[in-house]
Write a protein that binds this ligand. Structure first.
Ligand code: ADP
Ligand code: ZN
Length: 586
């Protein structure tokens, strides 16, 4: 809006400049063109052809004849000059003569200036308004959003849990008749991209009430009091509609647990939170307004928000399981030109993908198919999209890679692949490549993990071993002094896993079943024993990995050679090598 205003301000600016130039031009030509000797003037006086003479203190006087022509002549500056003229029947004006053109351009200039002034004033007013005032938060209700539960695939439990909210919004009187109190607020929590926003929208759509969407971060401003004001105006707007769904995304931005101890805190956040709580207790359960908030982590929220009468219903929105993934994929491919897509296979391949990621996968596949000018989107496009999502785009220009680097990468990836095949036979290693990606990896090994709710200690250890397989292969082949930075990411991930095992999952010795996070909250600081346990654990696993690789060196080398040769190898190739060579039993 401001941008448009700024564009229009050019108009008066141009007019102002134009009139100024015109004014200079007019006044110059007007003055230069007509200068006559004083004797001519006297002649005109006696012949009575003069209409008006303009006398000022300037050295020139201006003369306007009866026929309209105008000229200048010298100002005689005699005492009775004016009287003499008057006696001769000539009008005398004591103001300078200005041509009508001059007046027009002056007027143009002044008007333009006034317009510019008004415009500037207005834009600054808009700016300061949006900065200081509450009423300017852009929440317009979306009415008739044409969205319902059909647009949310999977998430059956969550849909069930909000079903009565929909019912209530449709028919609040029914619930009042039973004396039932509906929740004023519902919190949807779960990983990003799992469809929380989608679900909230669907509730409004199903109930056919307006949907107000804001984000918690909209309320966090530098100026104290703005956020609170915005909350109030948001509720005022919603209530003017009668029934409505108010959706607050990222509620943690305003309702995060207050740190105990770390004094100060943000006044602003507290004020906003208090305003929200006040508004929530201010309206009646029967009014038909429901506030749905979303957060990634329920445990981060201030308890005040979760008390009865506030956000007292908590609904988890989980990552989709296999069948939900299949439904989500179907939903997002429904209106696209597709052919022979194996939904079930793709649902299995996409373990731990969120709904948003699945949507992204289908979209990426559509883009690839479009670039290829393919008639249909098929499995191959999904395949490429999948690799891109997991590993980034393949680098096109890779001639510069030295052979020795390719060899290191090949051994590294073969190390991962071999350990994965040996230790986690249920995870399918679908692709191993030494083509570097734009995400910075020298190569990568893709494996499709098993779908499982929990991971036991044994399984976690095996996962760590797979991560260490790359570095171990480098060390075995090239020696401990020649290992590379290629394992950077692997080490970060394995360190994280080891730390979680010992400090959070109760799988270590030094802390037993204690949680490090909770201990820290209680002031625990001695972490030496934990550190040395983590280090022992990872070193121990690393030694095991090296033993496996040394025992299967023939297989490792065969995989490496095939990788150097073909750059990318697949599940079948790996199985074939394992079957040919006898040094690794899988
Ligand atoms: P969240 O609010 O949990 O971060 P969103 O609701 O914004 O996630 O989801 C982002 C996008 O992901 C949606 O617009 C939709 O395209 C897709 N998506 C996520 N979950 C689902 C689902 N269960 N069914 C269909 N699409 C989904
Ligand atoms: Zn690696």
């Amino acid at each position: 809006m401001n941008k448009i205003k700024n564009k229009y301000i050019l108009l008066p600016v141009i007019t102002a400049i134009f009139s100024l130039v015109f004014l200079i031009f007019v006044s110059n030509t007007f003055k230069l063109s007509t200068n006559k000797p004083y004797t001519n003037f006297l002649k005109d006086v006696s012949s009575n052809t003069i209409s008006t003479v303009y006398v000022t203190t300037s050295p020139k006087i201006q003369v306007k004849l009866k026929d309209g022509t105008v000229y200048e002549t010298d100002n005689p500056r005699t005492n009775n000059f004016k009287e003499g003229l008057l006696k001769n029947g000539v009008n005398v004006s004591e103001q300078a003569l200005t041509s009508p053109l001059e007046i027009v351009s002056i007027a143009g200039f002044v008007i333009s200036l006034v317009v510019i002034g008004i415009m500037l004033f207005k834009t600054t007013k808009i700016k300061s308004k949006s900065m200081f005032s509450a009423s300017n938060l852009d929440v317009d209700a979306v009415e008739d959003i044409g969205f319902n539960f059909d647009n949310v695939a999977g998430n059956e439990e969550a849909k069930d849990s909000v079903q009565d909210v929909v019912d209530f919004l449709k028919n609040p009187e029914k619930y009042t008749a039973y004396g039932a109190r509906m929740p004023k607020g519902v919190i949807l929590y779960g990983d990003p991209g799992t469809g929380k926003t989608l679900l909230a929208k669907a509730v409004a759509g199903e109930a056919n009430v307006p949907f107000y969407a804001v984000s918690g971060s909209d309320f966090v401003q530098i100026y104290v009091g703005v956020g609170a004001g915005r909350i109030r105006s948001l509720f005022k707007k919603a209530r003017s509609h009668g029934r409505a769904v108010i959706f607050i995304d990222e509620i943690d931005a305003i309702g995060k647990k207050r740190d105990n101890g770390s004094g100060g805190g943000s006044d602003e956040k507290d004020q906003t939170l208090n305003a929200l709580l006040t508004e929530m207790s201010g309206f009646n359960e029967t009014e038909g307004i429901i506030i749905i908030a979303a957060t990634n982590r329920l445990d981060m929220l201030d308890e005040a928000l979760l008390r009865p009468g506030r956000f007292d219903r908590h609904i988890e929105v989980t990552l989709p399981d296999v069948s939900a993934r299949e439904k989500i994929l179907k939903l997002h491919l429904k209106n696209k030109p597709i052919k022979d897509i194996d939904y079930s296979e793709w649902a299995h391949k996409t373990t731990s993908f969120s709904g948003a990621k699945l949507e992204n996968l289908t979209n990426e596949a559509a883009i690839i198919a479009c670039k290829d000018n393919a008639v249909f989107i098929d499995n191959t496009h999904l395949d490429r999209a999948y690799s891109i999502m997991l590993a980034g785009y393949e680098k096109v220009d890779r001639d510069y890679i030295k052979d020795v680097d390719r060899k290191i990468t090949a051994f590294h990836e073969a190390g991962h692949a071999l350990i994965s095949l040996k230790m986690l036979p249920n995870d399918k290693v679908s692709k191993v490549t030494i083509i570097p990606t734009t995400k910075g990896a020298g190569g990568y090994t893709l494996s499709i993990p098993e779908d499982s709710l929990y991971q036991n200690k044994e399984h976690l250890k095996k996962k760590i071993m797979v991560l260490l397989g790359g570095r171990a292969a480098e060390e075995i082949i090239f020696g401990a002094d020649n290992v590379t930075t290629g394992a950077y990411n692997d080490l970060q991930r394995s360190t994280q896993l080891v730390a979680n095992m010992v400090t959070e999952y109760g799988m270590g010795e030094s802390l037993g079943l204690l949680s490090m996070n909770k201990l820290k909250e209680s002031g625990f600081i001695n972490q030496d024993a934990v550190l040395s346990e983590c280090k022992d654990l990872i070193s121990h696993l690393y030694e095991e990995v090296k033993i496996i690789l040394l025992g299967g060196k023939e297989t490792l080398e065969a995989m490496t050679n095939l990788l150097i040769d073909k750059e990318t190898i697949y599940h079948e190739d790996l199985i074939k090598i394992i079957e040919d060579k006898t040094d690794v039993a899988v």
